[in-house]
Design a protein around this ligand. Structure first.
Ligand SMILES: [Zn+2]
Ligand SMILES: [Zn+2]
Length: 161
């Protein structure tokens, strides 16, 4: 299945390619579907704004329930865990893309970093601190800014023995 067919839009970047294996079975509520999804996403690092692609694999279990979505016209609802796992359909067939999209969106991390130790951009001069070192004051100390320990120069000379 090509990503264009999926038309999955994500805020964090773009889906390059995706493939899925779906296992269906009947359940008391409707049709149970087990999605086994693998995809590659082109993402932007939250810290250094660099682009990179990463492979993901995820599983999601959904139940397709025939009937109208009871929450369709309700603005604010307290969704229970089971409600999120249900997809309502009215036509003669189910839309597997809905499930696929859900699986992709749920598996994407909220904070995206190119690598765990990414040092990000300098908040002062904007340089990519993974590539260059700048001499900006370290007052904007972030979690990943190395701490500079100043050594006090010794003023006293060595004691004579
Ligand atoms: Zn980065
Ligand atoms: Zn700087």
């Amino acid at each position: 299945m090509k990503a264009e067919e999926l038309a999955i839009e994500i805020d964090q970047g773009t889906i390059e390619k995706a493939s899925t294996r779906i296992r269906f079975h009947r359940s008391t509520l409707g049709i149970g579907a087990n999605f086994d999804v693998r995809y590659t996403a082109q993402l932007t690092c939250n810290r250094c704004l660099g682009h990179f692609s990463r492979d993901f694999s995820t599983e999601l279990y959904l139940t397709y329930v025939k009937g109208k979505d009871p929450y369709e016209n309700v603005e604010k609802v307290d969704l229970k865990k089971t409600d999120i796992d249900r997809i309502y359909y009215t036509g003669p067939c189910i839309d597997v893309l809905v499930g696929l999209r859900e699986a992709v969106l749920l598996s994407l991390p909220i904070t995206i970093v190119c690598k765990e130790e990414c040092r990000g951009l300098c908040p002062v001069c904007g340089k990519d601190r993974n590539k260059e070192t700048c001499t900006c004051p370290a007052e904007h100390v972030g979690v990943f800014t190395p701490v500079v320990i100043k050594h006090r120069s010794r003023k006293r000379g060595k004691k004579k023995t």
